[in-house]
Design a protein around this ligand. Sequence first.
Ligand code: UT7
Length: 355
Amino acid sequence: MTRRPDLVRGATIVGTGMYVPDRVLTNADLERMVDTSDEWIRERTGIRERHIAAPGQASSDLALIAARRALAMAGLGPEDVDQIVVATTTPDRVLPSCACTVQAKLGAKNAAAFDVLAACTGFIYALGIARGAISTGIAETVLVVGVEALSRIVDYTDRNTCVLFGDGAGAAVVRPCAAGEGILAVTLHSDGVLGDLLEVPAGGSLQPTSRETVEQRSHFIKMRGRELFKVAVRGMEESLRAALDIAGLAPADLDLIIPHQANQRIIDATRERLGVPAEKVILNIDRFGNTSSASIPISLDEVVRAGRLGPGDNVGFVAFGGGATWGATVSRWTMPAPLTDGVAQAVTAARGAGS
Ligand code: UT7
């Protein structure tokens, strides 16, 4: 479908879904693997447990379940999707993209599919792409997925990182809406100079996988956590404030903030700088750990299914991650609450798809 370029329309989330693998890795399990303690992990991060993909369960498998749930909520089928954007740091393979694999498994034969690598900010980048595609008429229905099987690149002999990360997937279906509703503002930032604060040194074109890289464990995540911590708090505050400015809102106008779940202390510090009460900020890091690009859509799906968002509510997403990348979105929620599968489809139809 082609659209007149002067006809700007909005984009809004009409369905959400999430999935985490069955296997749970607790702090007690980690105490038996590395020199750590449940007390240290809880006090320094807020994490109690995380989910780990089964052998043979790839990122696309996690994404597929989340995507099907999001489409069911939206009352749409795979063939309605015309773009799939998968944010991931852990695609099934280097080539093809995880998004193309999800497309094949889903049977979304009408979709263009590609991956976005923006680490923990990936879902926000992907949502920004979806909004742009819909506003310009490139797409009508975009499936945005954040998925990670981080357990595949975590070194379970490194206590600095192995206690932090978990696996999971979250998805959102984005459709047109009236201008001034839905996703009101998106702010995206990067600073590649900070690239080595969080990296997987080997397995790419710089250091292709070799016997040496495997022996040196260079195909696993390396992180300079303390340095990341400081820039994360500043970046999250600034990007959410910038998105609020674009939307013409103040922090107090937000009904809910869904932050990336990297560390409870990062979330608390960001919240305090913004002057927002704790009850408006979603925290589930205790159950999932840091699932990178999946953490925001997982949290969003929990919030939506719990009926915590209703039409007209202002919700902010904010994240910081490797790259370094950071960013935020501010949306005016359009879906009714509590939500059942198919309700969003009725809402979309009633709006005349915003066109
Ligand atoms: O997802 C987006 C990107 N990621 C982030 O934004 C993560 C940001 N960073 C963090 O969340 C925190 O820096 C960490 C949770 C990674 C670490 O917490 P910290 O309070 O910054 O600890 P630290 O790295 O300063 O280490 C303090 C001590 C060290 O011991 P010494 O040198 O003081 O004797 C570490 O060796 O804690 C030690 N330590 C541990 N002790 C028990 C580090 N990891 C562990 C552990 N168990 N798992």
